[in-house]
Design a protein around this ligand. Structure first.
Ligand code: C2E
Ligand code: CA
Ligand code: CA
Length: 553
């Protein structure tokens, strides 16, 4: 901190001495004088922070200099102000006592003006440097340690306590950026302070040291206890549930268990952050532990991430179409648009491999927009060429639903291509509901208002409840493929499927079964009164030209 003109408090009962000190220091400092200890304390207690130093006489009436120092030492606001003790007589005994009581330096009368000025200057300089270092060790917003302070402290503890097992835990707030964008930086700061208090509370039991490193990235260094990380994340997240704002955010933890203390503390922190990255964007996992396979996996993901922007520009992405059929009439009812990546080096890559990565790094929104645009382009083109609307279903990632203006974007898009909104079906995966039901209900309501048809994708794959069906105004239920993929007991799968279909009919939903590969599955689905089917039995996803030839011509 740079102060414009530093202020010094002179505490001295003899007027003559007061004036002399004032004359010496006035050219460089703002001066306030007190005639005795009591007056000095009154001034200090009122506005002690503004003084860069105190010049304190020892022998004074009413209250002496020792007493002043005793009170200052006890008060955390005043204990750090440098005190230069002045004394009439030079006696080692006085000097020692003053220094023992917290004085920074001692100078005896008569004063040599130059020496006095120099000593005072050095004293103030040293103190300000130390404060600056202290400030670097703290995070201004939360009062937690900064990364430097944290590493410093961690290093010290690790060296002194080789008998104890420690962990470094990285914490990250999911969707913090979106929270900031939605509510503004001030609310964002409040949330950060809230999280800071929670982690201090939660890590107290295991003697934790906490830091905020950057934005919403926190670190905790603490003693390892049995099964404590799970509890920690659950506690923090249940407190976050009560956070008084509509948008619910929660935190993820990444743990690096310290086994080898020869690794630098910085790398230990990096590993905790690598672990938390692995937990991010995975709705089913709030905690991840570091191991070397995580590291390799992230490197691979990084590589794919690095290639993607380039890939979009170079049109390496392509959209394939897989037709859907009405079970009764066996007529095609539309098709699902599925993205493909022809990577120049890796060759053909499955969306199952790259979509989860794009969901994590946020690129999915851009890629989906590309696929939606392409799909609209084809709908418009086929309308012109064949005189009919071919309805296409596009996938909407669970990340897309966090975009507040999604309904507007899609509305503008269909308008631009002159397409009635009900021709574009939106497939939203069931797991979006598990992740953030309120947000999904809100967005689906808006999309419905705009006239889009909503298909609930992968229904039955996760842990979502049947409540979801009552809460979400969807049109079509898309049964998860696992029901048809001979995993688990087949008769049980069939029973569940038929129960779902029955329930769906009661609430006026259409049902589509995907992953149909065999003829006998078709008769089964017919007997259940399932409405539509999609699967390899009928057709695989195919490029636009082939789709035109086999399904439209
Ligand atoms: P999904 O939305 O459940 O899509 C159906 C997947 O099942 C497709 O895999 C499709 O090729 C495959 N499939 C279709 N019929 C059969 C069958 O009879 N048997 C079997 N075993 N599989 C069948 P694909 O194209 O590899 O896509 C995988 C997943 O990637 C999709 O699952 C979807 O979640 C995601 N995805 C694909 N394209 C996009 C996209 O443009 N945007 C987003 N957000 N996700 C996409
Ligand atoms: Ca789908
Ligand atoms: Ca699906």
């Amino acid at each position: 901190m740079v102060k414009s003109r530093r202020e010094v408090l002179i505490v001295e009962d003899q007027k003559l001495n007061q004036e002399m000190l004032q004359d010496i220091l006035e050219p460089n400092y703002g001066i306030v004088c007190a005639d005795n200890g009591l007056e000095a304390l009154n001034i200090l207690l009122k506005s002690g922070e503004k003084f860069s130093a105190v010049l304190l006489d020892i022998l004074m009436p009413v209250m002496d200099g020792y007493e002043v120092m005793r009170v200052m030492q006890k008060n955390p606001r005043l204990s750090t102000i440098p005190v230069l003790v002045t004394s009439q007589v030079f006696e080692e005994e006085y000097e020692l006592k003053a220094l023992n009581m917290g004085a920074s330096d001692f100078i005896s009368k008569p004063y040599n003006a130059e020496i006095l000025k120099k000593r005072l200057h050095n004293l103030i300089q040293m103190h300000e440097n130390a404060t600056a270092v202290g400030m670097m060790e703290k995070d201004n917003l939360t009062g937690l340690y900064s990364k430097e302070g944290f590493c410093h402290k961690m290093d010290e503890v690790l060296k002194n306590r080789p008998d104890i097992l420690f962990d470094v835990i990285a914490l990250d707030i999911e969707h913090f950026k979106l929270f900031n964008d939605t509510y503004g930086v001030d609310e964002g700061d409040q949330l950060l302070k809230f999280v800071a208090r929670r982690i201090v509370d939660e890590s107290g039991e295991c003697n934790g040291i906490c830091a905020r490193v950057y934005a919403d990235q926190f670190l905790i260094f603490c003693e390892r206890r049995e099964d404590y990380v799970r509890k920690m994340v659950d506690h923090i997240n249940s407190k976050m549930e009560d956070y008084p704002l509509d948008m619910k955010v929660h935190v993820k933890l990444g743990v690096y268990e310290i086994h080898d203390i020869t690794i630098s503390v910085n790398s230990m922190c990096d590993r905790a952050f690598i672990a938390v990255k692995a937990a991010k964007g995975r709705y089913e996992n709030d905690v991840a532990y570091y191991d070397d396979s995580i590291r390799e996996k992230l490197l691979r993901e990084q590589q794919i991430g690095d290639d993607m922007v380039h890939a979009l520009r170079e049109e390496q992405f392509d959209v394939y179409f897989q037709p859907k059929y009405d079970l009764l009439t066996e007529k095609m009812t539309g098709a699902e648009a599925l993205v493909r990546w022809h990577h120049p080096i890796k060759g053909f890559m499955s969306p199952a491999e790259f979509i989860p990565i794009f969901e994590k790094n946020g690129f999915i929104t851009e890629l989906d927009m590309y696929v939606w645009n392409k799909s609209c382009e084809y709908i418009a083109k086929w309308r012109e060429k064949y005189g009919e609307w071919v309805s296409l279903s596009v996938n909407v990632s669970r990340k897309d639903i966090y975009k507040q203006n999604l309904p507007e974007i899609l509305k503008d898009m269909v308008e631009r291509y002159g397409i009635p909104p009900e021709i574009l079906h939106l497939e939203i995966t069931e797991s979006a509901y598990t992740e953030n039901p309120e947000q999904l209900i809100f967005i689906v309501g808006q999309l419905k208002k705009e006239g889009f048809i909503i298909e609930m994708d992968d229904f039955g794959s996760g842990y979502s409840s049947l409540n979801m069906l009552a809460e979400l105004p969807i049109d079509i239920l898309k049964l998860d493929m696992k029901f048809l993929q001979n995993k688990g007991e087949q008769s049980k799968n069939e029973n569940i499927m038929s129960a779902i279909v029955e329930l769906a009919k009661k609430i006026n939903l259409y049902v589509i079964a995907e992953g149909v590969e065999k003829e006998k599955q078709i008769s089964m689905l017919k007997s259940m009164k399932c409405d539509m089917v999609q699967g390899y039995y009928y057709a695989k996803p195919m490029p636009a030209e082939e789709f035109e030839k086999t399904c439209l011509d």
